[in-house]
Design a protein. Structure first.
Length: 433
């Protein structure tokens, strides 16, 4: 069973990497071609002078001697894998591949509902409170045209009009949310949980991931400069994909009460949907657009992903019954025609001070995320710091050093552990040429 859990978490955890410069500023997304996936106008924006080679320190944790995060341990020592592997630790590291996590999150032993004198508590097996409101990416149920950003793009035609092809594989969204009744019970209204059977007080989780091949046809360019307005860049892009693999899951946990109103056990329900070659497939189309304005010392951008789109998957729906048996039926997943996600960012450069500050935000059909960070140039050194919100608070501090034709970047990161309480720390390194 754990092998299937590893596969599911792998699908839900693989995310696109961030630059180490960005990590040192709390995850801030800077204007430039690297942000073209979020704003098509940045495909025409001038690139920075440096290209960085990121050292994927997070991959080190997948070596067999890191038994809590390495699925390879199953091949070298199955017994150690069964007792030492932690799915949440693996997921936490897999979503932060550019960083080596010093203390990845640990899975709770179980979900426990406890009644106190004035409220209901939801804890793990050791009595520690669980984080009951967590989410990033696409948090709504159903298919979406906002599939993961491809690992790389293979250019088939370059210029203002471009055509490119790329494989993608990764997370679309993950969320953990309490029902409205559970929120009331946590605030002290215990009777709402006993008002009906099954109890309306539920902790719900859902997630989805996909893999396939994407094709993008777009145009991006600079408009004639308008005095006083600066340089304006615009971009439009149509993307289509052929889906090779899709998986989503939904799970809930709710208390069961006895005749005296005391919780006796927890009722779990698990379901999902999957498609892979030979057992389903999918396809989709979407349109993106964006604009960016370069004002000299400042740059502002607005991007809209999935302004219009349609996606459909054919596969199998699964339900896990109370006896632990899986039931499968042919089913489909279809998206709505319009479910846009908005991205805004901006930076300001205090050139006399050698200081850059910036902010970004993403919202709409995706869970809200945002970042605020800055960079200070001190001779050949660069000092960075920032804070962000991505399914929880995250922080970053970093430094860079210019060495003639190359540079080195280092970032120290911290983020709230998913689902459980605590802070996870990491380190990332990059070399620039």
């Amino acid at each position: 069973m754990k092998r299937y859990l590893v596969l599911l978490v792998s699908l839900l955890g693989l995310a696109s990497a961030q630059g180490v410069r960005s990590l040192g500023m709390g995850g801030l997304v800077l204007p430039g071609p690297e942000a073209a996936g979020l704003n098509p106008a940045y495909a025409a924006y001038p690139a920075g002078p440096d290209e960085d080679w990121r050292v994927p320190l997070g991959l080190v944790r997948f070596l067999p001697f890191f038994t809590d995060t390495s699925p390879l341990t199953y091949l070298t020592d199955p017994d150690t894998f069964r007792t030492g592997f932690d799915a949440l630790s693996f997921y936490d590291q897999l979503t932060h591949l550019d960083s080596f996590l010093l203390n990845p999150a640990r899975s709770p032993d179980e979900v426990v509902f406890r009644i106190r004198a004035d409220r209901l508590e939801v804890t793990d097996g050791q009595g520690n409170p669980l984080k009951l409101d967590f989410g990033f990416g696409q948090t709504a149920q159903g298919a979406t045209s906002l599939y993961p950003e491809p690992f790389f793009w293979l250019p088939l035609g370059e210029g203002d009009v471009y055509l490119k092809l790329g494989p993608f594989f990764g997370v679309e969204g993950l969320s953990v949310t309490p029902s409205p009744e559970l929120v009331r019970a946590l605030a002290g209204d215990l009777e709402v949980c006993r008002s009906s059977s099954p109890s309306p007080c539920a902790l719900e989780a859902q997630g989805k991931a996909s893999a396939g091949v994407a094709l993008a046809l777009g145009w991006a360019g600079a408009l004639p400069e308008v005095p006083g307005l600066g340089r304006v860049y615009v971009g439009v892009r149509g993307q289509g994909f052929y889906g090779l693999l899709y998986a989503d899951f939904n799970a809930s946990a709710r208390p069961v009460f006895d005749q005296d109103g005391n919780p006796t056990r927890v009722d779990y329900k698990v379901g999902g949907f999957y498609a892979y070659p030979g057992h389903g497939q999918g396809w989709g189309l979407r349109g993106d657009l964006g604009v960016a304005v370069d004002l000299g010392n400042a740059t502002l951008g607005l991007g809209v992903q999935n302004a219009l789109g349609y996606t459909t998957w054919q596969g199998y729906e699964v339900q896990l019954d109370q006896n632990g048996q899986l039931q499968e039926t042919p089913a489909s997943r279809t998206s709505s025609l319009s479910s846009p996600s908005f991205f805004v960012n901006g930076v300001y450069r205090f050139r006399e001070l050698g200081l850059l500050v910036g902010a970004d935000a993403r919202f709409g059909s995706t869970a809200f995320s945002g970042h605020l960070g800055g960079e200070y140039a001190l001779g050949p050194a660069r000092l960075r710091a920032g804070v962000g919100l991505e399914g929880g608070l995250k922080f970053g501090v970093g430094a860079g050093l210019e060495l003639g034709g190359m540079g080195v970047d280092l970032a120290l990161t911290a983020h709230e552990a998913p689902l459980v309480s605590g802070t996870v720390y990491g380190v990332a390194v990059a070399v620039r040429f």
